[in-house]
Design a protein around this ligand. Structure first.
Ligand code: ADP
Ligand code: MG
Ligand code: MG
Length: 912
C-alpha cells in the first residue's frame, strides 16, 4: 500500500501525506520527521545491521493529533497496512493466540527528552497469547515474566497507575518466596503476580487491562503523542530551548527477548569513553534481562568486556558493529542492544553526548583517524564547551563528600560558608568571609546577597529561575533546583539525606555539574587557561591531551575566521593578558576607571569648578596622569589598535553618595562648623542628581557641556602616542566618542579633537595618525548611521546600551525583577543581554552597517558590548559583516573559536 508513495512528506495536498514509514524507508537525516530514534533505527536497518523489523509513525501525525485532538483520518489504515506487512514478514500476527507477534511502542522526538512517555514492551500479550508465547519459546516462566512486565509498564505509562503499586506487589512476591532478585521468581509466582497486577489496574482505572492487542497498541500510540505535552516535557523544552511544535514520532518495533535465560541479555555501550574520548569498550551488560533492567540497577550488571567470556560470538559481532557505526556516523555513538539466545539485535544508536573535554579530544582523534576533516572538527565543538573548560574546577583527586545534586545553572567552582539569607551574606562577606548563599529560591530582594556571595545554591527552580538568570548575568557560580535539599531558612540550616548543614558550615558547589559537596573541595586552575596564559605548552611532552586538542582546534579556527577579535581592557595588565589570549587589539578601553581612586578628588574639583581658571587647573592635574595610563596601554598593545573611549558615565558616579554627604553636612551644621567645600559639593551633587542617569548627562553630552574635558583626554592620548613613537614604539590609538545620537555632536567633538591633535603634532614634531570614530549605541545613531559615518572613521556597536534603549529597559533594574517571568512565559528564550536580539537590536545593527558603508566604504566596524563574547551573537556579527568583535579578555578564546566556526563552511553534523 505504501510502496508507491514518496517516503518524504509530499508537498501538496493532504491526501498524499504519508504518516508511517517502514524502518527500511527512513535514514538518519530524517530526524524532523521520524525523530532521532526512528531515523537512526532506519539508518541501521539500511546499513544491514540486525535491527528487529518495525515502522515509525511520523511527527506529522503527532502534530495533527495534538492540534486537532484526534489522529489524522488516514493514520489507522496506514498503521494497519504496515502492521500487516510486518506480520507477513514475521510469519505471525500481533497477539495471535498460538504464536503471537509482540512489539514495543517507543517514543522518539527529534531531540531526546526526559519527560516523554516511557517505552512499553511486549505489546500483544494477553491472557490467551501468553500461553502461545510460552509454547513458542518453550519457556513458561519467560512468558509470564513478559506479561507481568507489559501490565506493569502499560499500567504505569499508558494508564497512569502509580508505579509503586506494581513495585510493591513485586517486592511482596519476592519476600513471600524469600528470594531477592526477580529472576528467582518462577512461572507460578509470576502467574500470580499477573493476576495481582490486573487487579491493580482494575481498581485504579475502573477498567480491565485491555486484552485486544490492537487496542493496546493504539492506546500506547496515543499516550506517546500525549506525553509531548506533559509539564515535565514542556519544562525541559523551555530550558533547552527546543521548539514546542516539533511533536514526537512513535516507533513500533518487533520484540526481541533478552529475558530468555542465561544465553540472553541486554546491554548499553559507547563506542568510546564519553568522559575522556578514549577508544575502548565502554558499557554494561546484564544477563537474562529486558529493556531498562540494565540501567535500572535491579541486578548487578557486568562490564561489557565480560561479554566476551559469556558469548564470544555475539561480543565479536558487537565490536564489529560498533566499528561500523563509528565509521559511518564518524563520531562517538551510544547504543542499546539485546541478545536473544545467542542472536545479537541492535535496538538503538545515536551520536552520544559527551563532556566538553571529550568533545575536543574526540574531534581531533577523528581527524587523526581520517574520519573527518578539520573543518568538521571545528563544528564538533562549541564556544560554550570551551568556556566550560576555562573555569577553575574542583580537584578531581580530592576526597569529596557529595551531598546533593541540582541543575548546573551557571558554571564555576565555588567554596564558602553556608548562609541562608542575604543580610548574613552581605555582613559576612564584608568581614572577609567567603559565603555560599543558599535559598529555596531567590527573588529580587536577594540581589545584594547574591552579589556578595561566591556562589548561589537553591533547592527549587530550573535554568530560567531567578537565581539562574541573575547568576549567569553576573558570571557567578550557581546550582539551582537541588530538590533533595531541604532548606530551612528560619532555622538557618539545610537537611539532605540525613546530613545537616548549619549556617557557617563550609560547602562547595560545582556550577558545571550541579554537584554539591560538604566541606572545602580544593580548586585547581584549568589547564586550558594555563595553556592560553602561556604557562603550559601544547607541544611539550607532558602536555595534557586536552590542551593539545584545544590548541589544534584553536589554530584551525584562527586560520579560517574572518572576524578579528579584540579585548575590552582598561589597563596594561588586562591588555597583556588579552594579548596572551589572542586579542588583536583593544576594542574598548573605558577611561572612567582612570578617574577613580585617588584621582577622584581631582575630578570632584573639575566638576565643582566655578571659573575657567579653576577648571583648567584641575584638568592640568589630570592630564599627565591620563597620559601615563595611555603610555602603558599603548606599550602593552604595541602594534595593535587600541580604541579609547572618552569619558562616558554620568558625573555623579564620581561624586560622593548624596545621602552620606547630606548627613555629613547636616551634622556639621548642627555643630556649627560647616565645611565650605562640603556645602558646595552637596549643591553640586543635588544639581547633578538625575532620575534616570542612564538617559541623562553622560557620554558625548558631558564632553559638550564641560569645556576642556574631552580635549584633555584627546591631548593625553595624542601626547602618549607621540611619546611611544619617539621611543620607537608603534602606537595605534583610535579615539571613540560614546553615546552620540546625531552627527552634529560628533562634528563638534571631532573638530576640537583634530585641533588638539594638530597642536600636539606641532609641539612634538611627531606625525600622529589617530583615527576618530563613535559608538553606535542609541537607536537614533543607528537610524542615522549614514550621516554619522560622514564624521566617523569607525563605528563600534555598543550593544549593551543599544539593547537597553531599543527595549526601553535598564539592565540593572529589569534583569533581577521581571526577566524570570519573561523567560518563563517564553517572551524571549534567552536574555537579550546575553544573546543579541537579532530581530530588533540586530536589525538596527544590520541596517547601520549598510548605511555606514554606503557613506564610507572603508568604515571600520566592530562591536564592544558583552555580546562580542557570546557564541550565537558572534555568528550574527560575522554574518552582518563586522570587522571585529571585542569582549572581555577571558572570553577571547571563545570568540576566536566561534568566529572560526561561523566562517567555516563545513556543515551537516549531528551536534546541536
Ligand atoms: P529510551 O528512549 O528510554 O531509551 P527505548 O525505546 O530505547 O527507550 O526503550 C527502552 C528499553 O527497551 C531499551 O533498553 C530498549 O533497548 C528496550 N527495547 C525497546 N524496544 C525493544 C524491542 N523491540 N525488543 C527488545 N527490547 C526493546
Ligand atoms: Mg533507548
Ligand atoms: Mg554605552
Amino acid at each position: 500500500m505504501s510502496e508507491n508513495k514518496d517516503p518524504h512528506v509530499a508537498e501538496s495536498g493532504l491526501e498524499s501525506v504519508k504518516f508511517v514509514y517502514d524502518f527500511t524507508e527512513g535514514n538518519k537525516d530524517l530526524k524532523d520527521l521520524l525523530g532521532g530514534k526512528g531515523a537512526n533505527l532506519a539508518e541501521m536497518t539500511n546499513l544491514g545491521l540486525p535491527v528487529p523489523p518495525g515502522f515509525t509513525i511520523s511527527t506529522e501525525a503527532c502534530k495533527t493529533y495534538l492540534d486537532s485532538g484526534d489522529e489524522p483520518a488516514a493514520l489507522r489504515d496506514e498503521v494497519s497496512a504496515h502492521l500487516d506487512a510486518l506480520e507477513e514478514r514475521m510469519g505471525k500476527k500481533l497477539g495471535q493466540a498460538d504464536n503471537p507477534l509482540l512489539v514495543s511502542v517507543r517514543s522518539g522526538a527529534k531531540f531526546s527528552m526526559p519527560g516523554m512517555m516511557d517505552t512499553v514492551l511486549n505489546i500483544g500479550l494477553s491472557d490467551k497469547s501468553v500461553k502461545g508465547l510460552a509454547e513458542q519459546a518453550g519457556d513458561e516462566r519467560f512468558a509470564w515474566d513478559s506479561y507481568r512486565r507489559l501490565i506493569q509498564m502499560f499500567g504505569k505509562t499508558v494508564l497512569a497507575v502509580d508505579g509503586d503499586l506494581f513495585e510493591d506487589a513485586l517486592e511482596a512476591a519476592k519476600t513471600a518466596k524469600k528470594v531477592t532478585v526477580d529472576t528467582d521468581l518462577e512461572a507460578a509466582d509470576l502467574k500470580k503476580l499477573v493476576t495481582k497486577f490486573k487487579k491493580i489496574v482494575k481498581t485504579e482505572c475502573g477498567r480491565d487491562f485491555p486484552q485486544d492487542p490492537r487496542e493496546q497498541m493504539d492506546l500506547a500510540i496515543h499516550a506517546v503523542f500525549d506525553s509531548w505535552n506533559t509539564d515535565r516535557a514542556k519544562l525541559y523544552r523551555r530550558q533547552e530551548r527546543i521548539p514546542h511544535d516539533l511533536g514526537t514520532a512513535v516507533n513500533i518495533c518487533s520484540m526481541v527477548f533478552g529475558n530468555l535465560g542465561p544465553d540472553s541479555g541486554t546491554g548499553v555501550a559507547f563506542t568510546r569513553d564519553p568522559a575522556s574520548g578514549h577508544q575502548g569498550v565502554y558499557g554494561d551488560y546484564l544477563q537474562n534481562a529486558q529493556g531498562e533492567d540494565v540501567v535500572a540497577g535491579i541486578r548487578n550488571t557486568v562490564p561489557l568486556a565480560e561479554l566476551e567470556l559469556i558469548d564470544k560470538k555475539s561480543y565479536d559481532q558487537l565490536m564489529q558493529i560498533m566499528e561500523t557505526l563509528e565509521n559511518h556516523y564518524k563520531d562517538l555513538c551510544d547504543i542499546e542492544f539485546t541478545i536473544e539466545r545467542g542472536q545479537l539485535w541492535m535496538l538503538q544508536t545515536r551520536v552520544g553526548k559527551r563532556t566538553a573535554g571529550a568533545a575536543f579530544r574526540i574531534a581531533t582523534q577523528l581527524v587523526d583517524q581520517g574520519l573527518i576533516d578539520e573543518a568538521e572538527a571545528l563544528q564538533r565543538v562549541t564556544g560554550a564547551q570551551l568556556a566550560q573548560l576555562m573555569f577553575p574546577r574542583f580537584d578531581e583527586d580530592a576526597k569529596v563528600e557529595q551531598i546533593g545534586r541540582g541543575i548546573a545553572a551557571s558554571p564555576g567552582a565555588a567554596v564558602g560558608k553556608a548562609v541562608f539569607d542575604s543580610y548574613t551574606a552581605i555582613k559576612w562577606s564584608r568581614s572577609g568571609e567567603k559565603v555560599i548563599l543558599i535559598r529555596r529560591e531567590t527573588n529580587p530582594d536577594d540581589l545584594d546577597g547574591m552579589i556578595a556571595a561566591e556562589g548561589i545554591l537553591t533547592s527549587r527552580g530550573g535554568k530560567t529561575s531567578h537565581a539562574a538568570v541573575v547568576a549567569r548575568g553576573m558570571g557567578k557560580t550557581c546550582v539551582c533546583g537541588a530538590e533533595d535539599l531541604e532548606v530551612d531558612t528560619k532555622r538557618r540550616r539545610l537537611t539532605v539525606n540525613g546530613t545537616i548543614v548549619e549556617e557557617g558550615d563550609v560547602v562547595s558547589i560545582d556550577g558545571s555539574t550541579g554537584k554539591v559537596y560538604l566541606g572545602e573541595v580544593p580548586v585547581v586552575p584549568s589547564p586550558v587557561v594555563e595553556y592560553f596564559e602561556g604557562r603550559m605548552h601544547a607541544g611539550a611532552d607532558d602536555a595534557d591531551e586536552l590542551v593539545a586538542a584545544v590548541h589544534r582546534i584553536m589554530a584551525y579556527a584562527d586560520r579560517v575566521r574572518r572576524l578579528r577579535v579584540r579585548a575590552n581592557a582598561d589597563n596594561a595588565e588586562d591588555a597583556l593578558r588579552a594579548r596572551r589570549f589572542g586579542a588583536q587589539g583593544i576594542g574598548l578601553c573605558r577611561t572612567e576607571h582612570m578617574f577613580l581612586g585617588d584621582r577622584r578628588e581631582q575630578v570632584e574639583r573639575l566638576i565643582l569648578a566655578d571659573t575657567d581658571a579653576e577648571r583648567e587647573e584641575s584638568l592640568k592635574e589630570l592630564l599627565p596622569r591620563q597620559k601615563q595610563d595611555f603610555i602603558e596601554l599603548f606599550e602593552a598593545m604595541d602594534g595593535l589598535p587600541v580604541t579609547v573611549r572618552l569619558l562616558d558615565p554620568p558625573l555623579h558616579e564620581f561624586l560622593p553618595d548624596i545621602t552620606e554627604l547630606s548627613v555629613r553636612v547636616a551634622l556639621a551644621e548642627s555643630r556649627k562648623d560647616s565645611n565650605e567645600n562640603d556645602l558646595r559639593l552637596l549643591q553640586a551633587v543635588h544639581r547633578l542628581h538625575e532620575q534616570n542617569p542612564m538617559l541623562g548627562l553622560r557620554g558625548v553630552r558631558l564632553g559638550l557641556v564641560i569645556p576642556g574635558l574631552f580635549t584633555m583626554q584627546v591631548r593625553a592620548i595624542a601626547e602618549a602616542a607621540a611619546e611611544r613613537k619617539n621611543a620607537k614604539g608603534d602606537p595605534r590609538a583610535e579615539i571613540m566618542i560614546p553615546l552620540v545620537g546625531t552627527v552634529q555632536e560628533l562634528e563638534i567633538v571631532r573638530d576640537e579633537a583634530e585641533q588638539v591633535i594638530a597642536e600636539v603634532q606641532q609641539q612634538t614634531g611627531v606625525d600622529l595618525k589617530l583615527s576618530l570614530g563613535t559608538m553606535i549605541e542609541l537607536p537614533r545613531a543607528a537610524l542615522t548611521a549614514g550621516q554619522i559615518a560622514e564624521a566617523a572613521e569607525f563605528f563600534s556597536f555598543g550593544t549593551n546600551d543599544l539593547t537597553q534603549t531599543v527595549w526601553g529597559f535598564s539592565r540593572d533594574d529589569v534583569e533581577a525583577s521581571f526577566f524570570t517571568a519573561y523567560l518563563e512565559k517564553g517572551i524571549f528564550g534567552v536574555s537579550p543581554f546575553e544573546t543579541i536580539d537579532k530581530d530588533g537590536v540586530g536589525k538596527l545593527v544590520r541596517d547601520a552597517v549598510k548605511a555606514g558603508r554606503a557613506t564610507r566604504p572603508d568604515l571600520k566596524l566592530g562591536v564592544c558590548g558583552e555580546h562580542g563574547g557570546d557564541p550565537e551573537s558572534v555568528h550574527f556579527f560575522h554574518e552582518v559583516g563586522l570587522d571585529y568583535v571585542s569582549c572581555s579578555p577571558f572570553r577571547i578564546p571563545v570568540a576566536r573559536l566561534e568566529a572560526g566556526r561561523a566562517a567555516s563552511t563545513s556543515k551537516g553534523s549531528d551536534h546541536r
